[in-house]
Design a binder for this molecule. Structure first.
Ligand code: NAP
Length: 253
């Protein structure tokens, strides 16, 4: 990365910003979903919002990876596959599975997510497509690759299973909230976030890269405060909420 000083310094700044943002987000509740409230400007359709805010991650990462001039190793293509599978699911399948098609979200939330996604996709796509195209085949046997991919796969399964449990709580066009049960909900209030954090932590370990680390830190900085907000919200709404459930990390947080 020394040959790309602008990339490197921008990445250091982005890493530092993730660390600074975490305590700030502990004091701000993002105004979407159950925390939606007035005063955050124009609203857009929730399904459309999810598609337009996640598509840049898919498109920019794929374009930068494929357009990067050096020949890519098979290991790089495995990383490409992980990113594309995750973001194809998040961009198209997840929003279209939502039961309430009339729900709205603030345009501001979609806009800030687009910004966040564009930057992370740029760092990771350019890194894997141009800067570090040659992970040798030996990397497949490296403990960092094996442990990282195990985290990615188990996180992906937990994330999809947990989102599916939420989706199945409502009938079409229902809007109320129920206590989710089963799967990793036995342990935490937001296992979908736990799965997401595991995926990108695994990505950071498997790629053993600063762009991967930055994305994992940003994901945790976004989702741990959100999980704490959701956890407090469940306790305030349901008297019979399971007392042993933690917010996002089983037995710990
Ligand atoms: N990488 C990142 O930084 C990042 C950031 C944000 C989200 N994500 C991922 O995107 C996905 C969705 O995130 P989210 O923040 O929207 O998750 P969420 O707050 O858990 O909501 C997911 C869906 O389930 C519904 N829902 C939630 N709790 C419910 C309950 N108790 N009863 C009935 N329905 C319920 C929500 O409806 P309402 O909308 O009506 O509340 C929404 O449609 C997750 O998999 C998350 O990991 C990733």
């Amino acid at each position: 990365m020394q040959d790309y000083p602008v990339f490197l310094y921008a990445l250091y700044a982005w890493l530092a910003l993730a660390i600074v943002t975490f305590p700030v987000l502990l004091t701000i509740t993002a105004p979407y979903g159950r925390h939606t409230r007035q005063g955050f400007g124009p609203m857009i359709n929730n399904t459309l919002g999810w598609i337009i805010m996640e598509f840049p991650s898919l498109a920019v990462f794929a374009a930068l990876f494929i357009m990067g001039e050096p020949a890519k190793s098979p290991v790089n293509w495995i990383f490409f596959g992980i990113w594309v599978v995750h973001y194809a699911q998040r961009t198209f399948i997840f929003p279209l599975r939502q039961p309430n098609k009339h729900k709205q979200m603030p345009l501001l939330v979609a806009g800030s997510a687009i910004f966040f996604n564009l930057i992370n996709a740029t760092f990771n796509g350019f890194y894997l497509g141009t800067i570090e195209p040659i992970y040798t085949p030996e990397w497949l046997m490296d403990p960092r690759f094996i442990i990282g991919v195990l985290f990615v796969v188990s996180g992906f399964i937990i994330n999809i299973q947990s989102d599916s449990i939420l989706i199945n709580l409502r009938k079409p066009d229902e809007t109320g909230y129920k206590i989710p049960k089963g799967g990793m909900y036995r342990f935490v209030s937001c296992p979908n976030y736990l799965g997401e954090i595991m995926e990108w932590t695994g990505w950071a370990i498997a790629t053993w890269s600063l762009p991967g680390l930055a994305f994992a830190l940003w994901t945790a900085a976004n989702l741990i405060p959100r999980a704490l907000d959701n956890h407090r919200w469940y306790h305030s709404k349901f008297d019979d909420y399971p007392a042993e459930r933690k917010a996002v990390i089983p037995y710990i947080v």
